[in-house]
Design a protein around this ligand. Structure first.
Ligand SMILES: C[S@@+](CC[C@H](N)C(=O)[O-])C[C@H]1O[C@@H](n2cnc3c(N)ncnc32)[C@H](O)[C@@H]1O
Length: 355
């Protein structure tokens, strides 16, 4: 099961919530686009700036819920699928807990790849009712509950996912929420936040506090030191998800001018109770510098810090050609690079091997 397989049910539910009528199963009919686009624009305005619609009460409005299914649900599904590659080892099948699940794109994304069973927790019954309607044959149970009561979901879980919910929890309550999650001693907590500077940096501060309390950062981090990105107010850490946007999303992007039909960005964090195996010589790509004349620069991070990885155009060679393919979030082995004042310099004989 993949995102494309979930689109017919997603469109059917969005049509019912937005009173759009009937249309084809994988795209919007021409007569549906304007109304759907207006609903997406209204919710988008409420989710940026003051973020007054970033609350559980938003789901009481059927149009907001319908808009979410059309525009944000597929994006969360793809981001969570991409973020899974940052987790060190994944059980199949898995017991998954989705906290602040909304209509459960995160739980269904993980279930579709790992199989198993999931519990979706949210303060909003309206959102959970959509989760059940969208689950199809996937084993998804829902529980209307405060995130802080996640322990009553029953037993322990191998993957606990919090997608786009941490920033809705008051900062003073986030650490206690993490520590109370029912995660197995060998399990992982996967956090995905919007790639904005504010939410991204808040996630890194949350990471550092978690490490002080005995958690380990197993992805995207390759270090258990305080996050080096927090040293400069301009830095934070994001990953990119390559995706093939569903056709209705391209239609809505054209109609609204909003962009999500290209690459997706998100701020990821994977935490665990046990330390990760550390392999020397590996770096995580955490940023791509804008194009520069005569050279290309990425930002990479490991236990050695967050530094630029630089290759002059004239030093491109078959051994380092994969440097051009690297995307934010990738893990890469770099051999034979030289430490220079402007960063780690890749020469013609260096080897660059994405994992
Ligand atoms: C932005 S939505 C994210 C939904 C989904 N995880 C996703 O990424 O698409 C945030 C969700 O968290 C829920 N939520 C916010 N605070 C909560 C809390 N304290 N307890 C339970 N759910 C909460 C809201 O009802 C909403 O469904």
């Amino acid at each position: 099961m993949d995102l494309a397989d979930r689109i017919p049910a997603l469109l059917a539910r969005a049509r019912a919530l937005l009173d759009l009528g009937t249309g084809p199963s994988h795209r919007l009919a021409a007569g549906e686009i304007a109304k759907a686009a207006r609903a997406v624009e209204t919710l988008h305005r409420g989710l940026i700036g003051q973020r007054e619609l970033a609350t559980a009460a938003t789901w009481r409005d059927r149009a907001h819920l319908g808009a979410y299914l059309l525009w944000w649900w597929p994006q969360t599904y793809a981001k969570v699928r991409s973020a899974l590659r940052l987790a060190p080892c994944l059980p199949r099948p898995a017991r998954i807990l989705d906290v602040g699940a909304g209509p459960a794109p995160a739980a269904l994304s993980i279930l579709d790849v790992l199989g198993g069973e999931a519990v979706a927790i949210d303060a909003s019954e309206a959102a959970l009712s959509e989760a059940r309607a969208l689950a199809g044959s996937a084993s998804l149970r829902t529980m209307r509950s405060e995130a802080a009561s996640a322990r009553s979901a029953g037993g322990e879980f191998e993957i606990v996912v919090l997608a786009n919910v941490l920033s809705e929890i008051p900062e003073a309550r986030r650490d206690a929420l993490l520590d109370a999650l029912p995660v197995r001693s060998s399990g992982s907590v996967l956090v995905v936040e919007p790639a904005l500077r504010e939410t991204g940096r808040a996630l890194l501060a949350f990471r550092d506090r978690a490490l002080e309390r005995g958690w380990y950062a197993t992805g995207p981090c390759l270090t258990q030191r305080p996050c080096p990105a927090l040293a400069s107010p301009r830095d934070w850490c994001t990953a990119s998800a390559e995706w093939e946007p569903p056709e209705h999303l391209r239609q809505l992007a054209d109609a609204t001018g909003l962009r999500a039909d290209e690459g997706l960005s998100y701020a990821p964090l994977v935490l665990a109770r046990s330390p990760p195996a550390v392999e020397p010589g590996l770096w995580r790509v955490v940023g791509i510098a804008p194009p520069e004349k005569g050279k290309k620069r990425l930002w990479v991070c490991s236990d050695e810090g967050r530094i630029p990885l630089v290759r002059l155009d004239r030093h491109a060679s078959p051994g380092n050609a994969r440097f051009d393919d690297l995307r934010r979030g990738d893990l890469v082995r770099v051999e034979g690079a030289e430490s220079r004042p402007d960063g780690l310099r890749i020469g013609p004989s260096s080897r660059v091997a994405p994992l």
